[in-house]
Design a protein around this ligand. Sequence first.
Ligand code: 26A
Length: 344
Amino acid sequence: MTTSATYPLFCMGNPLLDMQVRSPELLQKYNLKPNDAILASKDQMVIYDEIVRDHNPTYVAGGAAQNAARAAAYVLPENSVVYTGCVGKDVLANTLRSANQREGVASAYQVTTEENTGACAVILTDHNRSLVTTLRAAEKFNKSHLSSPAILPLVDGAKFYYVGGFFLTHGTESALEIAQKASNSGKVFALNLSAPFIPQFFKVQLEQVLPYVDILFGNESEAESWANANGLSKPTDLPAVALALAKLPKSNASRPRTVVITSGSEATVVATSDSDDTKTYSVNKLSDEQIVDTNGAGDAFAGGFMGAYVSGKSVPECVEVGHKLGAMCVGQIGPQLAWPKQQV
Ligand code: 26A
């Protein structure tokens, strides 16, 4: 990691190595939905060995917030983005470090000797992706890391923060520390809902963090899950759900909350707490031939949006950059963007 520098955007999440395979049989065998993100159950834990043994997987850097960090770096000048999370002392971690370095993200990992770096089995079928994660080292992240001598200046030096909702399965205290700091100092805190199971099963944790959220990202299934968990009458009415999220109580009342809900190739919906209207932004649909896989598309959108936001762009411009990076990611294997860098 380059020390001394500070970075305007500080990201935090679960650093994972993705293992991608295309296999309808694995979906069936492990009882997985075609499009979902879950933590592996006890019975599903053998999927990683099976994939390595029988499926010749493609390994790519993953972890939702880390993907977003790399996407933000894609549209920002050098030394703009730093990412933290917990990894093991192993080659998987080195793979993640190199991807970050190559793509302009400073790695500020906590390193544990207790566990190996986390992994995500990515089962691709058609344009769907099923994500099955074992967090391992990622859930050993300790809040003390944020106040350690090397990391504290990076936390305090940043002006924008992005945390994955996935982090709330184990790291709510750390997320709250960052969120409250941001709120108290008038900085911008962004959160991604990450997956339907977060609003469903980590409702309490999400409720603790939401008052500090200035920018909230999610997709249609996550918005629906939140709406169901909170008893909204029309859980599939995206503008209504986005508006309900925007209007939730907010700690720093001087900055309106922006809620951005993507919906695959359908229009993106944006609601802000200071308006009763929502806006929709259409997406240029890709042809079947242009689609490689959809793993990481939502992260690329959120990262692109954040990168543009950090550089002072308006919300419509941020959505446009998000759409471009989302499409770019869909055209690559896994959560990757096009290199050499393209103009966005
Ligand atoms: C806690 N869980 C389940 C997770 C994840 C995750 N990142 C953090 N925590 N489950 C899947 N991912 C990542 O999501 C990306 C696609 O959006 C995968 O590593 C994949 O790169």
